[in-house]
Design a protein around this ligand. Structure first.
Ligand SMILES: Nc1ncnc2c1ncn2[C@@H]1O[C@H](COP(=O)(O)OP(=O)(O)OP(=O)(O)O)[C@@H](O)[C@H]1O
Ligand SMILES: [Mg+2]
Length: 336
C-alpha cells in the first residue's frame, strides 16, 4: 500500500471539510480518502449535494471561505498541497492541476481574445518565447478541434458556441501539461448532441499525455465509458470505490445498487434493482449511524447506531456494515 500511495499522482487521506454557518458547523466532507494513479481516470458520482464538487474544489484549493479543510491531507505526488498559500496554490493550478468546470465562461475572460488567453496561460507556466507560445496555442486549438485556428485566434469567447468554448477551456486546462485534471461536470452545460464528443476529446487528450483525471458527473453512463475507477459519494462520504467494471456489474453498497438502476442501457445492470425512496439528508440533519440507513432496505440496529468506515471488500472498498452479508446481485443475467 505504501508503494501504491507513493506512486500516486494524487493522494487524499481523511479529508474533512467544514463549513461554519450562522446555524452551526456543517460537516460537508467526512473522512474522504482515495488515490489517483498516473494516467488514471477516477469518476465521482452521487446525487446532488453529496460533496463531489467540494472534493474537487478542496484539491484545487478553491473552497469558498468560510469552508475549509479541517483535517486530513491532500498530496500531489509526494508534496502536501492542502496547506499552501493562495499564491503557491495559484501556481499549482494550471501548471500541475488543470480544471474544467461545467460553465466554460467561468474559466474564460470575456474581454480577452481566445488566442491571447492561451498564450498568456502558456507563458505563465512554461518558459517559452511569445512566438513559441503562439505556435503552441495554435497547435492546441487544432488539437481540441477548433476549425481554422488562425482565423479564430483573435475571436472573443462570446463569438464561440458553448461546445467550442469548452474546447478552449480544455486547451487551457491542458496547455501546461498538468499531472492531473479536475473536470467537474465538464459537458453538462453543453448541447446533448456534442456532450459525447467533448468528453471523448478530454479523455483522449488525457490518455495521450498520461494525464490523470478526477471526473465528476451525475451520469453513470459517462463513468462507464470514461473512467477506470469510480467513487460513489453519499452525504459527504465515499461509500464505495473500485474498478468501474466491478462496481457497475456488481455494486455492493445498497446506495450504489440503487444508483445503478439509473442506467437501464447497460446490460450489466439488468437485474432487479431496488428503487431508492426518500432523499439524501441535509448536512445539518445527518442521521446517526450510516447516513444512508433511513433509505436502506437492509438497515440493522448497528447501521442506525454506528457509521461504517470505508473498508476493503473483494477488489474494492465499501462503507457498509453488511457488505459481506448482502445477497450478491445475479450476474448470470448477463448474456455475454
Ligand atoms: N458555501 C456553502 N455554504 C453552505 N453549504 C455549502 C456551501 N458549499 C457547499 N455546501 C453544501 O455542501 C454539500 C456538498 O456540495 P457539493 O457542491 O460538493 O455537492 P455535489 O455533489 O457537487 O452536488 P451537485 O451534483 O449538485 O453538483 C451540499 O449539501 C451543499 O449544499
Ligand atoms: Mg457539483
Amino acid at each position: 500500500m505504501t508503494n501504491a500511495t507513493s506512486q500516486a499522482v494524487l493522494t487524499v487521506q481523511g479529508l474533512r471539510v467544514e463549513i461554519p454557518t450562522r446555524r452551526g458547523l456543517l460537516l460537508a466532507l467526512d473522512d474522504v480518502s482515495f488515490t489517483i494513479a498516473p494516467g488514471e481516470i477516477l469518476g465521482f458520482v452521487g446525487e446532488s449535494g453529496a460533496g463531489k464538487s467540494l472534493t474537487g474544489m478542496a484539491i484545487l484549493g478553491l473552497l469558498d471561505p468560510p469552508g475549509r479543510v479541517a483535517s486530513g491531507e491532500i498530496r500531489l505526488g509526494e508534496r502536501r498541497i492542502d496547506q499552501l498559500s493562495q499564491r503557491e496554490m495559484r501556481r499549482i493550478r494550471g501548471k500541475e492541476i488543470g480544471a474544467v468546470f461545467q460553465d466554460p465562461l467561468m474559466s474564460l475572460n470575456p474581454l480577452l481574445q481566445i488566442g491571447d488567453q492561451l498564450v498568456e496561460t502558456i507563458r505563465t507556466h512554461l518558459p517559452v518565447s511569445q512566438e513559441e507560445a503562439v505556435q503552441r496555442a495554435l497547435a492546441l486549438m487544432r488539437a481540441v478541434g477548433i476549425p481554422a485556428p488562425e482565423a479564430r485566434f483573435t475571436a472573443y469567447p462570446h463569438q464561440f458556441s458553448g461546445g467550442m468554448r469548452q474546447r478552449i477551456v480544455i486547451a487551457l486546462a491542458l496547455c501546461a501539461e498538468p499531472r492531473l485534471v479536475v473536470a467537474d461536470e465538464p459537458t453538462t452545460a453543453l448541447d446533448v448532441s456534442i456532450q459525447a464528443q467533448v468528453l471523448q476529446l478530454l479523455r483522449q487528450l488525457c490518455r495521450d499525455k498520461g494525464t490523470s483525471m478526477l471526473l465528476v458527473t451525475h451520469d453513470m453512463g459517462v463513468i462507464a465509458e470514461t473512467a477506470d475507477r469510480v467513487a460513489v459519494m453519499y452525504a459527504g462520504r465515499i461509500v464505495e470505490i473500485g474498478a468501474v467494471e466491478d462496481v457497475i456489474r456488481n455494486p455492493v453498497h445498497p446506495y450504489t445498487r440503487g444508483l445503478m438502476g439509473a442506467i437501464p442501457s447497460l446490460k450489466a445492470v439488468t437485474g432487479p434493482l431496488a428503487q431508492i425512496d426518500g432523499a439524501m439528508p441535509r448536512l445539518n440533519a445527518r442521521p446517526v449511524g450510516c447516513a444512508f440507513n433511513p433509505r436502506c432496505a437492509y438497515a440493522t440496529d448497528q447501521c442506525r447506531a454506528q457509521s461504517p468506515r470505508l473498508e476493503s471488500h473483494q477488489q474494492r472498498k465499501v462503507a457498509c456494515w453488511l457488505a459481506s452479508a448482502l445477497p450478491v446481485k445475479p450476474a448470470e443475467l448477463e448474456t455475454e
